[in-house]
Design a protein. Structure first.
Length: 106
């Protein structure tokens, strides 16, 4: 019976998943997919409309806010940092894509 008490306290991971990192990953995936869909639709239609530009600017806002959340989640103690790094990578890709679009548009 003593062994059963130990199993209840046993955890596989001592580190927790950060809610900020998960939200940063969500924003990163959403913005990368939106940017790629905008690129595809612009290529298919042959021209960019004002709606596509609004989507790119919204992706830029999502990318900046996701990057801030990922950096804040990296500063938490006893958290899984892999999720923070994934969020940073996805939001970094978004920022690069938006910068390329804004540079080519000028």
């Amino acid at each position: 019976m003593r062994g059963a008490g130990r199993l209840k306290r046993f955890t596989f991971l001592e580190k927790h998943m950060s809610a900020r990192a998960l939200f940063a990953i969500f924003l990163g995936v959403l913005s990368v997919v939106s940017c790629l869909m905008t690129f595809y639709l612009t290529y298919r239609n042959g021209e960019a409309t004002a709606g596509y530009g609004a989507v790119i600017l919204l992706c830029l806002v999502f990318g900046v806010s996701g990057m801030i959340l990922a950096l804040l989640s990296r500063q938490e103690e006893d958290a899984m940092y892999l999720l923070s790094y994934i969020g940073m990578a996805l939001n970094g890709i978004t920022l690069v894509l938006c910068t390329v679009v804004l540079y080519l548009g000028i």
